[in-house]
Design a protein around this ligand. Structure first.
Ligand code: SF4
Length: 241
């Protein structure tokens, strides 16, 4: 049984379109929702789910952490912390992406014959190698790598299907966000991200930018000071396209 891990971005969108075009089966499509995705990711996922259903594929099912804190944002605010990826740890991604996915699969008693299709593309085989090394209780498959589809081929596939290109899928307050991504957030999301940052009790880092605070970036941008030309480009464990 094939199950798709849908991330809401370019890669997994293209993977599903291509699976359908090749006549592949797909029993379940799961989207692990941290609760902090950008509004355009939620709206794209809803639109794409309807597109898939209209063509005979299953609807996209959202799963979330069902522990003490349902969303990463609430956990950060309650515990006065920033997402762990700010320190280089992947536990935020593990807790709000990988574990809800694995727990949902386990709860369905689907048996041993489960293969999860993951949308790492042919330009990023290192991520598949890392994924293969992790001890998940299901087989994994990387169709885009099998089909030698890199980023450009993924974009072509989405365009050829007549669909709009999805935006980057990640938490709007992700410390791995680039400067232009932060500055393009709508004001309500900037306010929520800055609330997380100002509420956090920090000692060894300055803020969501690690050595700098998003609040200072926003202030400098408004004053057109141009002090923040680049941010660290750290590969995000949740990145999808
Ligand atoms: S997008 Fe960033 S903050 Fe959100 S779970 Fe993934 S690594 Fe953590």
């Amino acid at each position: 049984m094939q199950i798709v891990s849908y991330g809401g971005g370019v890669n997994s969108t293209a993977m599903l379109i291509e699976m359908m075009r090749r006549g592949e089966s797909c029993a379940v499509i799961l989207f692990a929702d941290t609760g902090g995705e950008r509004p355009e990711t939620y709206s794209y996922t809803k639109m794409f789910s309807e597109w898939l259903v209209a063509r005979g594929y299953p609807a996209i099912v959202s799963v979330q952490n069902d522990g003490m804190h349902r969303t990463l944002e609430v956990e950060c605010l309650t515990n006065k912390r920033l997402p762990s990826v700010v320190f280089g740890y992947k536990s935020c991604s593990d807790k709000y992406k990988r574990r809800p996915f694995a727990k949902w699969l386990k709860s369905q008693s689907l048996g041993d014959d489960v293969t999860v299709c993951i949308g790492f593309d042919a330009d990023e085989p290192h991520r598949a190698a890392r994924g293969a090394a992790s001890a998940d209780p299901y087989a994994k498959r990387y169709p885009l790598i099998e089909w030698d589809m890199g980023r450009d081929e993924c974009l072509d596939t989405i365009r050829a299907a007549g669909l709009p290109t999805p935006g980057k899928s990640a938490c709007f307050f992700c410390p791995n966000s680039k400067v232009h991504e932060i500055l393009s957030l709508p004001q309500p999301l900037i306010d929520r991200a800055l609330a997380i940052e100002s509420n956090a009790e920090l000692t060894v880092i300055a803020g969501l930018g690690r050595s700098w605070r998003w609040a200072d970036l926003i202030r400098a941008d408004k004053a057109q000071m141009g002090l923040f030309h680049r941010s660290e480009d750290v590969p995000c464990g949740c990145y999808d396209g």
